[in-house]
Ligand binder design. Structure first.
Ligand code: C2E
Ligand code: CA
Ligand code: CA
Ligand code: CA
Length: 275
């Protein structure tokens, strides 16, 4: 009879192999998915807490896989990054997001996530420039979101890239703030337009005094530095009201709206306090 220890290890081994296979399959499929139009973007509104109007929308990528169905970015972005496919995919995302944003009824800002790999691509400035010129969009309507981890890797040339992007006239937001290391150094390294406070603080801020202290002080710090703040992952009216009372600039999350199809994203803004 097999010993339990061995069979456990064999199971573990088999599931590792299964993961490896899935990964390789996804990588192969991704190579054709862009040209076959399997990716699409959804847009999540960001509401101005002072006025209650939608201020911008964040583009979030979705993969409509022909056999696996809808796949969320958490399952394929890191594969795209490891294989370099994030470069053509990211280029498609930039063009598509800007292209769709100019069809919206209201000229809301369009926020686009950039991977650290894209930041190291010397073509990035050219891609953004041509997308902006082709769509004839005001560059101030375009907001680039980069994460702390993007800055952590090779921060000097990344900060240089941020300055080149800024010269195009686009806005720059620091995403997932508070989840990386030595966050405060990044605030000194570049004058961001906006800090996005990570969902992990926002979702716990009414139950945990430490999270609440962090959110309150990030809002104050940002204001002192002349930066706006967006709270991510706002799911309840209590969180919304607290953020509004404490001077956070914008909120984003299921309480305001789930991510929407582009056609629905052009609908007029709704203030949740008026529902
Ligand atoms: P992120 O940039 O922090 O985006 C916010 C994520 O939180 C989105 O997940 C959004 O659907 C989800 N979310 C929004 N509001 C709520 C809420 O109230 N509660 C909860 N529980 N979740 C909420 P999504 O679309 O699955 O994206 C996950 C991550 O994948 C993003 O995190 C971003 O890092 C990455 N990603 C998404 N789209 C792109 C893209 O176009 N390019 C790149 N490079 N990365 C992307
Ligand atoms: Ca983001
Ligand atoms: Ca985020
Ligand atoms: Ca996040």
């Amino acid at each position: 009879a097999k010993r339990a220890g061995r069979s456990t290890f064999a199971d573990y081994d088999a599931s590792l192999n299964q993961m490896e296979r899935t990964r390789r399959d996804l990588e192969l499929d991704m190579r054709t998915a862009i040209t076959e139009g399997q990716f699409r973007l959804v847009y999540q509104p960001q509401i101005n807490l002072r006025t209650g109007a939608w201020a911008g929308k964040e583009a979030l990528v979705r993969w409509e896989h022909p056999t696996r169905g809808a796949i969320l970015p958490g399952e394929f972005i890191d594969i795209a990054e490891e294989t370099g496919l994030i470069i053509p995919l990211g280029e498609w995302i930039i063009r598509q997001a800007i292209h769709e944003a100019v069809t919206w009824e209201e000229p809301h800002r369009i926020a686009i996530n950039l991977s650290p790999i894209q930041m190291r691509n010397p073509n990035l400035v050219g891609v953004l420039t041509s997308a902006i010129i082709n769509a004839q969009i005001d560059p101030q309507r375009v907001e680039i979101e980069i994460t702390e981890s993007a800055l952590m890797q090779d921060s000097e040339s990344n900060v240089e890239m941020l300055h080149r992007l800024r010269e195009l006239g686009v806005r720059i937001a620091l995403d997932d703030f508070g989840t990386g290391y030595s966050s405060l150094n990044y605030l000194r390294a570049f004058p961001f337009d906006k800090i996005k406070i990570d969902r992990c603080f926002v979702s716990e801020m009414l139950d945990r005094s430490d999270c609440q202290a962090i959110v309150r002080n990030v809002v104050m710090l940002a204001r002192a530095l002349g930066m706006e703040t967006t709270a991510e992952g706002v799911e309840t009216q209590e969180q919304y009201d607290w953020l509004k009372r404490h001077g956070c600039t914008e909120a984003q999350g299921y309480y305001i709206s789930r991510p929407l199809e582009s056609s629905r994203a052009s609908e007029p803004s709704r203030d949740p306090s008026q529902w």
